[in-house]
Design a protein around this ligand. Structure first.
Ligand SMILES: C[S@@+](CC[C@H](N)C(=O)[O-])C[C@H]1O[C@@H](n2cnc3c(N)ncnc32)[C@H](O)[C@@H]1O
Length: 166
């Protein structure tokens, strides 16, 4: 396998500022801070993408410093819980592929403006796929082991990087 980036993700986040653990709720974001710049040679492939309200973005988590361990303690749980790597969304994986679902705000030329992302500025984009209602929405999805945490709703605010007072 030999994947090449097809574009670049632009965000306000750097290795110094850090980034949220996951993308925040779309309505809370400024719609011009986060966008994807697709390489010119792929721009034709954006035809009718703007008919979708949500997208999957797949990207290469290119600046990892953490080792890939098969059991981890997610930081947002306060290091309380041990889970298997594949039962987590940890960025330190055998293949450094990240996945985010984002709201699509606008396509202008080869730029795709989106809701917030949980990646550093300059993260290489691997692919874009439309998020399709009914195909991708699973109404019976649960929280997995996160359901066992007594303060689940509070911790979900941490995962999503939603500011809160407590
Ligand atoms: C928990 S991961 C989740 C990534 C993706 N949403 C997923 O579920 O696959 C998000 C974290 O990855 C780290 N990160 C983001 N972009 C990165 C990059 N380009 N290189 C290294 N680490 C990155 C940041 O610390 C961020 O908080």
């Amino acid at each position: 396998m030999n994947y090449q980036a097809i574009g670049t993700i632009r965000t306000p986040y750097t290795e110094v500022t850090g980034a949220p653990y996951q993308s925040a709720e779309p309505e809370e974001q400024d719609d011009r801070l986060f966008y994807v710049e697709l390489n010119d040679e792929y721009a034709e492939g954006l035809y009718r993408l703007d008919s979708f309200s949500y997208l999957y973005l797949l990207y290469h988590i290119d600046r990892l410093k953490k080792p890939c361990n098969l059991q981890i303690r997610p930081a947002w749980t306060g290091d309380r819980i041990t889970v298997g790597l594949f039962a987590s969304r940890s960025p330190a994986r055998p293949n450094s592929i990240g996945l985010s679902v984002v709201r699509l705000y606008a396509v202008e030329g080869n730029r795709i403006y989106t809701s917030s992302l949980d990646v550093f500025n300059g993260t290489p984009l691997l692919d874009i796929k439309p998020y399709i209602r009914d195909l991708d929405t699973k109404n019976d999805a649960n929280y997995g082991w996160i359901d066992d945490l007594p303060d689940r709703d509070h911790l979900m605010l941490h995962i999503k990087g939603v500011p809160h007072d407590y």
